[in-house]
Design a binder for this molecule. Structure first.
Ligand code: HEM
Length: 214
């Protein structure tokens, strides 16, 4: 769970950084999307790098979800009788929302891929596939629809919560939290990654909504 989680952190950091190219305008953003497909040529075929990334992410996703199910089963087997009285005194909201938040993120990713990658659904014009236009236009058209922006922003909030607790859990699993200082650092890393990644991703939809990117 920790290793696949760290892989997702690396991917979301790079993806978020790439999205910020939207602030450089349509041509630069589309150039970047195009270069992603040519990356590694001629050693790799066209889209070779993209396909390696896709397969890597799919393997990580299967590992992540399978581990979550195994851990949830183990936890429910460890306590067969329900608590008479249960009050969450010391657990953070982010730790209590890992399962539902994770499931919501999975739904979001499915829609996100239909929207931007495999289906290229333009919610504004109703067009799909190549007819939906270039990646920049598709993104701006998507976030020009207010409820699409809301879906993405809510998903980024869920992502922030998930990253906050996930980073802490991963560092704990990998054995970095055995001193008070390392525990403190792990918590700070959780906050930092949640704010940088979820905040960075939210900048593009927010900027389209406020007319900064058009
Ligand atoms: C506001 C948040 C996000 C925006 C605006 C966004 C935007 C985009 C865009 C424009 C593409 C298409 C790129 C292209 O065709 O070159 C894309 C693809 C993708 N995004 Fe995102 N993204 C966001 C968040 C996320 C998150 C949180 C994840 C996963 C954790 C994610 C995973 C992916 C994947 C797997 C692809 C497919 C790449 C491919 O074609 O194989 N995205 N995203």
């Amino acid at each position: 769970m920790a290793v696949s989680g760290l892989l997702f952190i690396a991917f979301t950091l790079v993806h978020m950084y790439g999205n910020l190219k939207a602030f450089s305008g349509q041509e630069k953003f589309n150039d970047y999307a195009h270069h992603l497909r040519e990356f590694g040529e001629p050693i790799l075929p066209y889209e070779g790098f993209l396909w390696i990334t896709r397969v890597g992410l799919l393997v990580a996703l299967v590992a992540h979800v399978t581990s979550a199910v195994i851990l949830a089963r183990r936890a429910s087997r460890a306590r067969t009788t329900k608590y008479q009285y249960k009050k969450n005194k010391h657990s953070a909201l982010s730790s209590r929302t890992m399962r539902w938040g994770g499931a919501a993120l999975l739904l979001f990713i499915i829609w996100h891929l239909v929207n931007f990658s495999f289906g290229k659904v333009n919610p504004q014009t109703g067009e799909t596939g190549a007819a939906a236009g270039d990646p920049y236009t598709l993104m701006v058209d998507t976030f020009d629809v207010w409820w699409m922006t809301v879906i993405y922003l809510v998903a980024m909030l869920a992502l922030g919560f998930h990253l906050h607790h996930g980073t802490w859990s991963a560092t704990q699993t990998l054995g970095y939290t055995n001193t008070a200082t390392s525990r403190q650092r792990a918590k700070q890393a959780g906050w930092l990654l949640a704010i940088v990644i979820a905040g960075g991703f939210s900048l593009v939809p927010l900027s389209v909504m406020f007319g900064i990117i058009e």
